[in-house]
Design a protein around this ligand. Structure first.
Ligand SMILES: [Zn+2]
Length: 656
């Protein structure tokens, strides 16, 4: 899922992502994550960063210390202290010039193979803390040079820093790559002659030392398209796509990062940065509240337990980083009232019920209110098209954190909303659940609370521009259908459906705990999790086997596993599925009754498939229901939220 840059600007200007938090986009992602991080993961991230550093530099970092002002330091073996976070607001350039440990560790290095240039200013590992490098590899030219070791990279020796296993790691990586290159000409061709390792120099145009100055980086054979200052994006991307991914994988295995994963690309450049790789390797899954902060770390490994103890000890007596995490009853009541009234506004089509929540004197307030109004209209139109009536909409609001002071709060919460509807000529009650994650700022003005900002991904955002459908004939068709007997579907389909219900996150039934499967990484911050979830459903539940093209492992996943469009194509063109129907709503809705639990629907916007949902059942009139991630849905009518005329649907039969 991609968000247009226009929308992005709107989001920043209005200080809100009310309608359009498509999680993929960098900016929405940043807004959300920044806010979220402030709320509940700052401290966890800090501990994970420090543990990664301690594992990466075991002979150099002695301990961690937290002083009374909440400043956190690494204590180096030399006695020197290195500050974790200077708490200064910095823009990208500021971070580059004056990076602290927190800045350096902030962007997660992606371990999965990539053939595309990274988004603007996504440069994981390109920020360096010189105090740390000085400490580990030498703080002067002379000292560094005394630490250099002759290192065999295959056809001759190069100088590389002998400290902290840097030279050893380079040798091991090159040994593996050289072996592979004997049967792989493309790999051989990108190795020699190497462009160099140790070279005491400043990064061009700056007063910062290059990592080559410390003898911890190697440039392999040069191609003129390798460096962002030499080559256009297009050329860089072309070179990137042709670069043998095995070379990158092996370097990463030995704790080297690759400049090909920076938006300021440097494709021939590999740099020994164990802290960046270790963090990516062990803390790639999104942290969940119920986890220990070190969940994922190799706690059985010698030393790691000791590091965890040191970190826990340092933070034991520390004041909470956030100003207050006290549960505040008044705020809690207010939040619940907001959701109650929003639901009632939809049911009663009465906007007055929510008007008071918004400060309509501000641009944001007006806009957010207008958005709610559109939503109410959309849902009513959908009722008419469907021939149903919503009889009850109720939200289970789970507040995760409240921080702030007496008249200004930021609240993070999960909301699971159940929509009950009945067909006009029936009495059976149908239930659909949609789960959303919200970050909300509320403020006391004069004598009442108002929402000043809110971030959430609206499940109806793609349908608000509803154009007139041929409502009457659609309704006639839908209401004339009868219940479908789906009990004869095979076990693989049944198990796929069970898996989908169990792990549909915020939309799930309470007994499943509103969770994703922790075994898998959550890709919502990185482009959306819908295809990842559909793939899991087919693999874990449906027992389809993984293969080279469709694959997930600890390091990452292939395109067809992760990307909605590629997933759809892979299934269709590799014999695992076939097309039932394709087109806009009016063209496909009749065919939608052929869908069986375990089949899937791909949603196409402006020619690009942006979402995929798995069919998990049918309602009391046989209308197909889907389950998916983000927004999380559980047994929701397949088109609800997707009625914009420009949207096209791929209805796909999966061959179990
Ligand atoms: Zn380099």
């Amino acid at each position: 899922m991609k968000i247009s840059s226009k929308k992005l600007v709107v989001c920043i200007m209005l200080f809100s992502l009310f309608t359009n938090t498509k999680f993929i986009a960098k900016a929405s992602n940043e807004c959300d994550l920044e806010n979220k991080e402030k709320l509940n993961t700052y401290e966890v991230t800090m501990k994970q960063d420090i543990l990664s550093l301690m594992m990466a530099y075991p002979e150099y970092i002695e301990d961690v210390e937290c002083n009374d002002n909440g400043m956190v330091y690494l204590i180096m073996k030399s006695g020197k202290k290195i500050l974790y976070d200077d708490k200064k607001e910095k823009i990208f350039e500021g971070k580059l010039a004056n990076s602290d440990l927190q800045d350096m560790m902030e962007q997660r290095y992606p371990l999965e193979a990539s053939t595309k240039l990274m988004d603007k200013n996504f440069d994981p590992g390109r920020l360096r803390v010189y105090a740390l490098l000085n400490e580990v590899y030498g703080d002067s030219k002379k000292k560094i040079e005394s630490n250099l070791k002759k290192t065999n990279i295959g056809y001759r020796y190069y100088q590389f820093n002998g400290n902290n296993k840097a030279a050893k790691s380079l040798e091991a990586a090159m040994r593996e790559i050289n072996t592979l290159s004997q049967s792989r000409k493309d790999i051989y061709n990108c190795l020699f002659p190497a462009n160099g390792t140790y070279n005491y120099r400043y990064i061009s145009g700056t007063n910062r030392l290059s990592p080559h100055s410390f003898g911890i980086a190697i440039d392999l054979k040069r191609d003129n398209r390798d460096y962002w200052k030499w080559a256009s994006k297009k050329d860089g991307e072309e070179r990137l796509a042709s670069y043998p991914k095995e070379v990158v994988e092996i370097f990463e295995k030995y704790n080297f990062i690759w400049g090909g994963k920076w938006s300021h690309f440097d494709i021939l450049h590999f740099e020994y940065r164990p802290e960046i790789i270790l963090k990516a390797r062990y803390f790639d899954n999104e942290y969940k509240d119920e986890d220990e902060w070190y969940e994922g770390a190799p706690i059985k490994e010698k030393n790691v337990k000791g590091y965890i103890k040191k970190i826990n000890k340092a933070f034991k007596n520390k004041k909470k980083v956030t100003s207050t995490t006290n549960f505040n009853e008044e705020v809690d009541n207010y939040i619940n009232q907001i959701f109650k009234n929003r639901n009632k506004a939809i049911l009663d089509r009465d906007l007055e019920l929510i008007k008071t929540f918004y400060d309509t004197k501000t641009k944001y307030g007006t806009w957010a209110y207008e958005h709610e109004k559109k939503k109410v209209d959309y849902i009513h139109n959908w009722e008419q098209k469907q021939g149903v009536k919503f009889t009850d909409i109720s939200s289970n609001v789970m507040i995760k954190k409240i921080i702030g002071n007496e008249d200004n709060y930021t609240v993070s919460l999960l909301c699971c909303t159940e929509y009950k509807y009945i067909y006009e000529n029936q009495i059976e009650v149908n239930r659909a659940r949609i789960g959303t994650t919200h970050f909300m700022n509320i403020m006391m003005t004069e004598d009442k609370w108002v929402i000043t900002k809110e971030w959430y991904k609206d499940p109806f955002a793609d349908s608000l521009n509803l154009e007139k459908l041929n409502v009457d004939s659609i309704k006639e068709f839908i209401t004339s259908q009868g219940q479908r007997d789906l009990s004869g579907i095979g076990d693989r389909r049944k198990n796929a459906v069970d898996y989908a219900h169990r792990y549909c996150g915020a939309a799930s039934e309470e007994k499943y705990g509103f969770k994703y499967n922790k075994k898998y990484r959550n890709y919502n911050p990185k482009g959306g999790d819908c295809a990842n979830f559909a793939s899991q459903i087919l693999f874990e539940g449906g027992k389809f086997s993984k293969n080279r093209a469709w694959n997930y492992n600890k390091k990452g996943a292939t395109g067809p596993w992760l990307n909605a469009g590629k997933f759809k194509n892979y299934m269709l063109y590799n014999g695992r599925a076939s097309l039932i129907a394709y087109g806009d709503y009016e063209k496909v809705y009749k065919a939608s009754y052929k869908l069986l639990p375990g089949d899937f629907i791909a949603y196409e916007k402006k020619g690009k498939v942006t979402h995929v949902s798995v069919v998990t059942g049918a309602d009391s009139k046989g209308y197909s229901l889907v389950t998916c991630h983000n927004t999380d849905r559980d047994n929701v009518p397949w088109d609800l939220g997707w009625n914009d005329k420009k949207i096209k649907f791929w209805l796909v039969r999966v061959h179990y």
